[in-house]
Every structure is written in C-alpha cells, then in structure tokens.
Ligand binder design. Structure first.
Ligand code: ADP
Ligand code: MG
Length: 454
C-alpha cells in the first residue's frame, strides 16, 4: 500500500471527495423539537447540544493520568427533553436506523432499575447518564467530592429525543456527545440551571464517564466527556488526567493560514472488541512493575524525551532482577514506550502552544511521531488510517495522526487553508487505489462546549 502521489497526477485523476457540511445547529434543533412533539404528543421543554472532540495528542494515556490535548469541534449531538413525574426515562434517536446504532431493544426504563449489566445497545449511553449523575451526587464515584446538585429525585423522569450531526463511530466522540447532551438536559430539567459552572461540568463529565465505563461497559478514560463539557471556542484544552484540571490554550491555526482537516476513514471496526481494555491492562501491568499508581507517576512533573527513555531502562532492569509481570512482556514494553513518549509529546505541544506564535511545523512533526507510536507501539491503527496519514503527508500536510481509539475511525491533519481541497483529493485517490471505502472529509474548528440551544 502506498499513498505517494504520482508526479504525473493531474486534478482530473481525482474523484470528487465527499465533504460533511457544516452543521446548522439551530435548524436541526427546531426540527428535533417537531419530531419530539410527534413522538410524545407534547412540546419539549428545551433542546441541549454537546459536541464531539478531536485530540492533538495523548491517545491511550488518559487512564494512565497523562496529559491530553483535545478540543471540542462544531459537530454536536442534540437532545430535546421534557420531564416526567413517574421515575421513567424514555429515549428515541433519529439515528436509530443507522447501521452503527441499530438495535431493537426497548428504550425505556425506570431510573431506579438502572444498574451495570441490565441495559444494552445505544440506550445504555442515555440511561447510564442518569445512573452516573446519582452516583456522583452521593459521592460513590471517583469524583473527589459528592455533588448533590446532580442527584435526581426518585419521581424524576424524562422523555428524550436525540439527533446527531457527529459522524457515529468515527473516533470523533459521538458517544460522549450523546452522553453530555443528555446530561445537560437532565441536569437542567431537574434543577432549572441552564448554565452549570466549570465545577458542575466537571462533575457531569464524571457522571458521563461512569455511564460509559459501568453501564455501557467501555473502559474509556474521561478525555472525550471533559472536552465535550468544558471546552471554549478557539481553544485547546491541556487536560491533566491525574485530577482533570484543565489549562486553556488559545491556539488558532487559522492565524497562520492553517486548519484542521478530519478524515473519517469509514474503515469497518474489525478486531476492536476488547482491544482498548487489553491496552489498558498492559499499561496497568507496566505501572505495577514500576511500582507507581499510574504510568504518569513514573515521569517527573515536566517530562522530557530523556525521562521517557530512563523509565524504559528502569522497566527493563526491574524485569531482569525478577519483577513480576502479569501481561505479555514484549507487548507491555511497547505500550509503556507509547505511554511515555505520548505523555512527553503532549507536554511539548502544550509548551509550544503557550507561545504567541506557535511553530506549527514543529507541532505537525510531533503529530506524525504520535501517529507512528500509535501504529508501531500501541498497535491500534489499520491500513486505512495509515494510508490517510501517508496521503495527507505526501500532499503537503504539516502533520497528521489517528484520533481516538483507532481500529478504524478518523485521522486529523494540520493543513494550509489553500491546500485543503487538493489534500482531500489526494487522500480520496489513495483510498480508491487501495480499494478502501470512500472516506468522508470535515474541517474542524475548536468550538464551545455543550449548552442549551432552545
Ligand atoms: P465514537 O464515540 O467515536 O463515535 P463509539 O463507538 O465510542 O464511537 O460510540 C458510538 C456509539 O454511540 C454508537 O454505536 C451508538 O451506540 C452510540 N451513539 C452515538 N450517537 C448516537 C445517536 N445519535 N443515536 C444513538 N446512538 C448513538
Ligand atoms: Mg466514543
């Protein structure tokens, strides 16, 4: 497989790339209101939206306490909602017939009956949020304090109708967008507060994370939900996953004539089952060898590439002198190398973005290193992802990398505004030459967090 552009390629050789249009959020919200009324026979009280995210660096390190660099993008999931007084939660989705969503299980439950293992399919993301909110309210989650404001009284229930403009299952966090829009709607219906502050948003992000971890059963680490609920327009979040503190980095590539291009490879999610959990288990096994609570604790406060190399040397030494390892040795070392270098790259990019005029070429090179690490050390890429990165780089992108968990999903690339069309065409051609499914293209802008729309 190669995505080198042939020197003789002319624009006529390129099939027309398929772009995902900019979402008209207000129009979608109005349409959703109508759908709600048709389904439930009454008007919704409001419509709430929450975005998906991209991530510049920090893949597979959130559960290890590393730093991630996400931004919320402009594609949102919308939830129209109205309260009930019988403790019942009902939900419908306009994406129900979508192949990535479809299932025929009931989408109604008493909130009191929700517990791990009883709800399957996409309704788990929705029901899980109400369960997670009660958990955070009574201090039963990993959130540092109990947040009673999130608690739903026994009689509280709601009718919900969902519509998404985020590509689903594309690594752009449609699941977090769904959870977070539901969380904002339930919180608002119950408390009347349409403007939760950052502390409440942090608690709601934890409730959504618990929904995904315990009710859906996906072992994810909080990056997506934090980005969806706590981002600001025009900024990238430097998210410290030890304590979920954020530093906001104003970083607008448009000032340098650049933009973020996302390519949804639409590669089928083969092999993905259990892979996220096994990577996490290997990272935890490496932390046990190093005798640290999480891998982040193996590095100093402001880690450098030398620090990352020193941790690997220490790991090798500890195994030589007989430290016990519960996972495969070679795989664990690769995951450790990914985690260490990825954490350092996040810090390097964050440092660069603190400057008034960031060196975007340097950032681009780190993105490529991040992709190579996801491919060779984390081993979560597929040919479509590698081809999209190769295609972008051969057509002049400053950098490109897989975003999210891999095994399909999307690539983001840092590209000059004037080269976007040419770049998309080059990737399109490359996919056609390799016999892959036709990719989808989106430009992403760092956008505001979840909010009430209507
Ligand atoms: P990603 O978050 O990268 O899009 P995930 O596999 O984490 O991919 O989440 C995708 C799943 O989230 C879908 O299979 C479905 O269960 C659920 N989901 C997301 N958006 C919707 C929606 N609008 N309606 C119903 N389910 C949704
Ligand atoms: Mg997801």
């Amino acid at each position: 497989m190669s995505c080198e552009l042939s020197e003789t390629a002319t624009p006529e050789d390129f099939a027309r790339p398929r772009w995902v249009g900019q979402p008209d959020v207000l129009e979608r919200a109005q349409r959703l209101s109508q759908k709600f009324e048709e389904a439930y026979g009454r008007a919704p009280v409001g419509v709430w939206a929450a975005p998906g995210r991209a991530n510049l660096m920090g893949e597979y390190v959130d559960f290890s306490g590393g730093m991630c660099l996400p931004f919320a993008h402009q594609y949102v999931t919308l939830t129209a909602a109205a309260p009930r007084e019988d403790g019942v939660l009902n939900a419908q989705s306009m994406q129900d017939a979508d192949e990535s969503v479809a299932d025929d299980r009931p989408r109604s439950t008493r909130i009191d009956d929700i517990e791990p293992g009883v709800i399957s399919g996409w309704f788990g993301y929705v029901a899980g949020v109400s369960w997670g909110m009660n958990r955070v309210a009574r201090g039963a989650s990993a959130h540092p304090v109990a947040v009673p404001e999130l608690g739903l009284p026994t009689s509280f229930g709601a009718d919900l109708m969902v519509d998404s403009t985020v590509p689903i299952g594309a690594g752009l966090a449609s699941s977090a967008a769904l959870e977070c829009s539901v969380a904002l709607s339930l919180f608002s219906l119950n408390t009347g507060n349409d403007h939760p502050n950052d502390a409440l948003r942090r608690a709601l992000a934890r409730a959504c994370m618990d929904a995904e971890n315990y009710i859906v059963g996906a072992n994810t680490g909080g990056l997506d939900q934090t980005a969806s609920l706590r981002s600001h327009a025009g900024e990238i979040l430097a998210l410290d996953c030890r304590d979920f503190d954020v530093v906001r980095l104003p970083a607008d590539p448009a000032l340098a004539g650049l933009t973020w291009l996302a390519i949804d490879t639409r590669a089928p999610h083969k092999l993905a089952d259990g892979q996220y959990s096994s990577r996490r288990a290997e990272c935890e096994a490496a932390a046990a060898v190093l005798d640290v609570p999480t891998l982040r604790d193996a590095l100093p406060e402001h880690p450098t590439p030398d620090d990352a190399a020193a941790v690997l040397d220490r790991f090798d030494h500890l195994l030589e002198v007989g430290a016990e390892l519960t996972e495969d040795r070679e795989n664990t070392r690769l995951r450790l190398r990914h985690s260490m270098t990825e954490m350092v790259r996040s810090v390097q990019i964050a440092d660069e973005l603190h400057s008034d005029s960031p060196d975007w070429a340097f950032v681009g090179r780190l993105l490529v290193e991040g992709h190579e690490s996801m491919r060779d050390d984390c081993e979560v890429t597929v040919p479509e992802l590698d081809a999209a990165v190769d295609g972008c780089l051969s057509a002049g992108a400053l950098g490109a990398k897989v975003v999210g968990g891999g095994f399909g999903g999307s690539v983001i690339a840092l590209v000059s505004l004037e080269s976007v069309d040419r770049l998309a065409a080059a990737v399109q051609l490359c996919f056609a030459q390799n016999g892959f499914r036709e990719p989808l293209f989106l430009t992403l802008q760092p956008s505001e967090a979840g909010r009430r729309i209507l």
